[in-house]
Design a protein around this ligand. Structure first.
Ligand SMILES: Nc1ncnc2c1ncn2[C@@H]1O[C@H](COP(=O)(O)OP(=O)(O)O)[C@@H](O)[C@H]1O
Ligand SMILES: [Mg+2]
Length: 287
């Protein structure tokens, strides 16, 4: 399903002294099966943007289309239930919202609310837990005796158990150890490549943007200022610098090599294997 923002504006606490314009006139589209990153500095409006996609926030002005449903400030909550099942959101630090005393109850809570087929949900959830490296007896355990990384994986599994078409993740690996980060990022990529899910990742990790993402949307002061491929973004060194964005390690390596040999490759490589191929080809040409 496609998500279209048609001039979406969002104002927090409208009409009070705390009034704050968080999104201004956003026009953009998210297509089914693509992997998006939403990036921008803290306070730029990333979390506000994504909360519109599953109807948690409604535009103060403008409209968004999620599949065949149009959401405006007038849309009643009862029309949004459908969307909340199909758009799964993993919030920042989702482990802080765990509350059931067993992993099974935690994971089944959401799907029960949506009257889903519990057998299918259990099979799907169990498969995900095994892929995350948990043992078979995980379902009876209490999430509260686990490490932060494990709790995060349980929280993510509980969203994915609902089999949403669109999976939105707000900094899903923040504060985790490298192994858990990689496991989670690989799992998310697999959802896109094997199940054609739309992924919307809010992140500050430019290594992840380079490695996994199809399209980057940059938010600044509540405005969408750029929508482009990671390759285009990371080719524009000056722009990346101006925007105070990190440079992916692989691009840093390429720039170092280019400086060393006083030479520039035709484009930036975004993965190690891309860079290795490009480097070998160049060496072969040089004889
Ligand atoms: N409940 C709220 N009331 C007033 N202002 C808010 C509220 N939530 C967020 N904001 C403000 O809206 C802006 C965008 O916030 P947010 O979408 O959380 O940014 P980001 O996720 O990019 O860090 C920030 O300036 C933030 O302070
Ligand atoms: Mg945020």
């Amino acid at each position: 399903m496609t998500v279209k923002f048609n001039q979406v504006t969002y104002v927090y606490q409208k009409g009070t002294p705390y009034e704050h314009l968080a999104l201004a006139d956003i026009v953009t589209t998210f297509e089914q099966g693509k992997y998006y990153a939403v990036i921008g500095q803290t306070g730029s409006g990333k979390s506000t943007l994504i909360q519109h996609i599953n109807g948690l926030l409604k535009p103060s002005d403008g409209a968004l289309e999620v599949d065949d449903i149009t959401i405006t400030h007038k849309t009643k909550d009862k029309f949004l239930k459908q969307i909340r099942k199909r758009v799964g959101v993993v919030f920042q630090f989702p482990e802080s919202q765990l509350f059931e005393d067993s992993v099974e109850r935690e994971i089944l809570f959401g799907p029960k609310n949506f009257n889903m087929n519990m057998d299918e949900v259990k099979v799907r959830a169990f498969q995900l837990l095994l892929e995350f490296g948990f043992n078979r007896d995980i379902l009876e355990q209490s999430p509260f005796q686990m490490s932060g990384g494990q709790m995060r994986k349980i929280a993510i599994t509980s969203i994915l158990a609902m089999d949403p078409d669109i999976v939105i993740l707000d900094e899903p690996t923040a504060g985790l150890d490298p192994k858990s980060r990689t496991q989670i990022m690989e799992m998310i990529k697999q959802l896109q490549t094997e199940q054609n899910k739309t992924i919307i990742l809010v992140t500050h990790e430019m290594n992840d943007v380079a490695k996994y993402v199809d399209e980057v949307k940059i938010i600044k002061h509540g405005k969408l200022i750029e929508s482009c491929s990671p390759r285009k973004l990371f080719s524009a060194d000056e722009y990346v610098n101006e925007m105070h964005l990190d440079v992916p390690d692989i691009v840093k390596l390429q720039r170092d090599v280019e400086a060393k040999y006083q030479f520039e490759f035709g484009h930036v490589a975004l993965t190690e294997s891309e860079f290795t191929d490009m480097y070998k080809e160049w060496q072969a040409d040089e004889g």
